[in-house]
Design a protein around this ligand. Structure first.
Ligand SMILES: [Zn+2]
Ligand SMILES: [Zn+2]
Length: 302
């Protein structure tokens, strides 16, 4: 990353703003975000540290930042009309207990993994420099990751509902039968690693196979996936929720039933796996299943 500053003045600036100004003089072809990005790596002078700090801070800011509007909404009675299980509003004590465990998990389980991410990304040929890839390429990669992660999540999550795995691992995540945003990552460290392997491992395998992935795409994907997970746990269903426009999008309506009934609706982002594998949850799905069974039995009698 230092090569980008190599044709600058002999006395290199030592503040972040100074580096940014210097770098901007000689790299007019880069946009503001690319300059900020390149300056950060030049300022840190250590790529592992630069990626590690950026990843950890991004994860914390997005996780708690995205959970905050849901915490506020839970305190305003007017929003209760949109709450799916509207008799179960999380108390402040519950939210705090949840925050404590999530933070502990971030610091003990996720931090070391985030730290190892840069060397791992480099080893599989992930691009970290500037200029950034075209936004169309980034969107395509993110769409592929959404579809693949959803598949991984469906099968791993379904497996975790098998007796011994449920009792020893997944039960923690099901502590809240009426979920709320903060509870998205409330889980056993083993679950965090297994399901996290879908979010982080899939892009890494993709990069190994295609040799085409930028770490920024990876960041945007993780941000999108965090939004998806937190919103799915929010417990709120609105007339403008995404699944009304994209019928195959899962959303809160889909995952809330999973927490309420402990069975069915195992996928993360989309509805197709549960539909195809006949594991849809909720009274409507149960009714359809009953009707199908009755029709089958009726045929047998005739
Ligand atoms: Zn579950
Ligand atoms: Zn959940």
């Amino acid at each position: 990353m230092s090569a980008i500053l190599s044709n600058s003045t002999l006395t290199a600036p030592d503040t972040y703003i100074g580096i940014y100004n210097e770098l901007s003089k000689y790299n007019v072809h880069l946009n503001v975000f690319e300059r900020l990005w390149a300056s950060w790596y030049a300022y840190m002078g250590n790529d592992v540290l630069a990626t590690g700090i950026m990843s950890f801070v991004m994860h914390e800011v997005v996780y708690f930042g995205r959970s905050l509007p849901w915490i506020i909404m839970d305190q305003i009675p007017w929003f209760n009309r949109y709450k799916i299980q509207n008799t179960k509003i999380p108390t402040a004590a519950e939210q705090w207990a949840c925050t404590r465990l999530v933070l502990l998990s971030h610091l003990t389980v996720e931090l070391p993994q985030i730290w190892l991410f840069h060397p791992m990304a480099k080893a599989c040929g992930m691009e970290t420099g500037v200029p950034f890839p075209a936004w169309t390429t980034m969107c395509l990669h993110i769409a592929v990751f959404f579809v693949l992660e959803d598949t991984w999540h469906y099968w791993m999550h379904r497996a975790m509902h098998w007796g011994p795995l449920y009792k020893n691992i997944h039960k923690i995540h099901h502590q809240y039968s009426a979920p709320f945003g903060l509870a998205a990552e409330y889980a056993s460290p083993i679950e965090t690693m297994v399901l996290g392997a879908g979010s982080v491992g899939i892009p890494i395998v993709w990069c190994l196979i295609t040799g085409d992935l930028h770490i920024l795409t990876m960041y945007l994907w993780i941000v999108a996936r965090l939004f998806q997970a937190i919103d799915a746990h929010s417990g709120y269903e609105f007339p403008w929720s995404l699944h009304h426009f994209l019928p195959f999008w899962a959303g809160a309506e889909h995952h809330d039933v999973h927490h309420e009934r402990f069975i069915g609706n195992y996928a993360s982002s989309f509805r197709w796996w549960d539909y195809v594998m006949d594991t849809e949850s909720g009274p409507e799905a149960a009714k359809k299943r009953r009707e199908r069974k009755e029709a089958k039995e009726g045929k047998k009698i005739q």
